[in-house]
Design a protein around this ligand. Sequence first.
Ligand code: NAD
Length: 256
Amino acid sequence: MGLMEGKRGIIFGVANDMSIAWGIARQLRAEGATLAFTYLNEALERRVRPLAESVDAELILPCDVSNDEEIEEVFKTVGDKWGEIDFVVHAIAFANREDLKHSFSQTSREGFRLAMDISAYSLVAVTRYAAPLMKKGGSIVTMTYLGATRAVPNYNVMGVAKAALESSTRYLAAELGEKGIRVNAISAGPIRTLAASGIANFKKKISLMDDNAPLRRTVTQEEVGKSALYLLSDLGSGVTGEVHFVDAGFNFVVSA
Ligand code: NAD
């Protein structure tokens, strides 16, 4: 029997077949999970729908996480169909392209607000609606990056948003632990995706991994998916409030 047999959950953040959320979804489905997917807008629906159908998704719903009503509607629809859920994957981030290019002090008030809203606050809002449906406990996983705790070139306002996201992970974990709901973050190494294409000099982040990470390479969507499977299944039953690194060991090395 698969590790996720009998478990149902929602995947937020698939844009295409390169998305980390898709790498996670494939691992969960391979272990028997029943899935629902959300997509940001109609343009992305065309990409997400065939992917979701290929893993027998039971629901494929629109959701812009900057809009509370759309988040509420997703959980209402899921609640009506399933009654309860076991897990949520939150793999969403956004910042204005120019805020990932110019110097950090040039970040506008609106650019800062937008990055924080979509990349950090959305986890709080999603969890607020998910928790009442996690009647037998549950597990929530979000995606972060080393730029939350280190000043990584060009990551800028997204690093600040990831710091807020990691802190939110701990506060949510502390609040929801007594209900048997675990909340963790995976800090992934650099992976070529749509979101990553917005970060200036992203190629350099990959070559730094090839030269310096203990495994001498970066990681794959599949490897992130396997760690998400651990955190979302009963294998991770004693783990909450953690930032779990899937970055080939890069976070702890100092290059001479
Ligand atoms: P991606 O572009 O495939 O996924 C980002 C997703 O965010 C997309 O599906 C997009 O539709 C969604 N999104 C953006 N704004 C939204 C909104 N308002 N409402 C709903 N959805 C919205 O890229 P990815 O790299 O797979 O990113 C997934 C997560 O992984 C992000 O949190 C990202 O910061 C994180 N991450 C990525 C890397 C990397 O190198 N790619 C490394 C560490 C962490």
